[in-house]
Ligand binder design. Sequence first.
Ligand SMILES: Cc1cc2nc3c(=O)[nH]c(=O)nc-3n(C[C@H](O)[C@H](O)[C@H](O)COP(=O)(O)O)c2cc1C
Length: 182
Amino acid sequence: MKILVLKSSGNKKGSSNMLADEFIRGARQSGHDITEYDVFRADIRPCIGCGRCGMDGPCVQKDDYENTLKGLIMASDMLVFVMPVYYYNWPAQLKAVVDRFYSHTGQLTHKRMKTSLISAAWDNTDTVFAVVDAYYQQLCSYMDFRDQGTVLGKGCGTPAMTGKTRYMKDAFELGKNIKTTR
Ligand SMILES: Cc1cc2nc3c(=O)[nH]c(=O)nc-3n(C[C@H](O)[C@H](O)[C@H](O)COP(=O)(O)O)c2cc1C
């Protein structure tokens, strides 16, 4: 299965990417074809809401989303959203990607893609992922995504902290257990 991993942290070797790399290691062991895409380092502008795409057409913004990422997404069977928590929410870099789904919402919904969410936060509280996870579940519902599981790493504030958590193993297992069937 083709899995597209969307990394969004500015910290290349940071906590969320550490967890993503474990997911990738597991998924590769199970024979999946992984493509990594660094959203943070791409030129992806926010949706400007002009409506010219009609939710089903080219976007007027000819940036890395329109020229590259849109095609990668449509050629994949699964998307993995990888992100640090920023103020209890999704970071702007990755939210911009989701907002750009707008120009192909119908086609993307029709694919019924598999998805997962991998995230790292500093806090180790019960509520730190409340909004992050609620938004993800709502997105899955609206876009007809098939959630394959989440790794929500609490107390993952630095690579040293993250490396000692059970979330590393959880991420590996999530990748390893991704099934080709629904
Ligand atoms: C702008 C900003 C906002 C943050 N907001 C939160 C937050 O609301 N809750 C939290 O637990 N950690 C927060 N953090 C900490 C990061 O989520 C945490 O350090 C994470 O491990 C960073 O992941 P990374 O290494 O993949 O970038 C924030 C960090 C930054 C830079």
